[in-house]
Design a protein around this ligand. Sequence first.
Ligand code: ZN
Length: 473
Amino acid sequence: MEFKLFNTLTRKEEVIHAMDGEKFRFYCCGPTVYGPAHIGNFRTFVVQDCFRRVVEAIGIATRHVRNITDVDDKTIRDSQQAGQSLAEFTRHWREQFESDCEALNLLLPHVVPSAVEHIPEQIALIEVLLQKGLAYQGDDGSVYFRIRAFAGYGKLSGLKMEANRSNADQRLNAADEYDKENVSDFALWKAWRAEDGENRWESPWGLGRPGWHIECSAMSMRYLGQSFDLHSGGIDLIFPHHENEIAQSEGATGEPFSRHWFHVAHLRVEDRKMSKSLGNLHTLESIIDWGYQAMDLRYVLLSGHYRQPLNFKRHSLDGARTALQRFKRLAGALPTVSNAPVNQRQWGPFQAVIEALCDDLNTARALGELHTAAGQLEKALKGAGLSPESAQAAADGLANAMIAFGFDFERVSIDGEATKAVEIPAAILTLVKEREAARNARDWFRADSLRDALHAEGWTVEDTPTGPQPKRQ
Ligand SMILES: [Zn+2]
């Protein structure tokens, strides 16, 4: 089976294959770890995960790299505000991100490099760019990329440097306030400034820290080679981040950098743009607090085609839950899945699902096909039944489809009540029980102090006719 995917660089759909004939090597720009990732960030990560699952489902092995940005303006600023070291601060948010990814059933990338752990690689790359005349050191000690010296600049974003000069200058300039030859030039190495505090590293150009763009060039080439199969990120990264990555990498090696570029469109929330000021930067925690499961969110994030903006609506989580419960019930009515590896199992009545996924990762159409096939099977099961062969093909096909979408039935609860109980941590339940015991013993002082302890953990208790109900504050 062939998997066709739109390539931002060539502006057409192209068949996915491993350049080296062995592994499909791809890089995804990872999170900046200075706060919880929001559901818009997770749309990109979930789509990338589904992409990898489909590549693997059609029998192509992968090598997947996703970085962690743990040094930049935001991580430095916010760690200082939190009164923590950069390492301590970013470790916390990195762990939060990893736990969210686990809950959303994202496959672990094969390599998860962090920017701070790859400073020497970034310095080495900058040295090559300086030797080739593609970079220069400004009066402030920072090192800049000389955009005019790289002929291919603008080929990914379609930016005409002359025509869009002022627009490009503005956007590039917004991020950097250092001394440059040309306002469009971007920083490869930022000289240390007082506000950076202790966050500084030795380099041939003095103390400082890498610019943001250089880390992805250095780490992708370190783990995937100078030329690799695909590079991915949210659509907002096309310019300037990915354009700059191409300039740095191809400028240094003279080789094509990534062959294929795969970008995921924005998520909107209830018809509005996501923004801090609108207070709609929902996180996985928000979704759980509303009483849903991570799988419900995963379903919603895959319900639209990745090249179209997706409008997230809270009530769509209800539809997602119902759909997942439907598939789980159907699987329960079918035989045990055969032991063959996923890419050797038959798709049976779910053939149209993998065909839609292989057609520019059309998850929206694939979900439609999934429901159509499920409906026909439910009807057959209620009526004349299925032959043993058809039942086995249906069981295997459904299991394949669930793996390709990354829906894990173990995380889908048919009984909504039971789910809620699971999401209350054991330590909280213990406090609630102790408080109840204290109340029954009329030890009001102890009951109050236990309530305060719950508050400190971010929980309240409502005393209802059926007993105390812990709730998140
Ligand atoms: Zn990146």
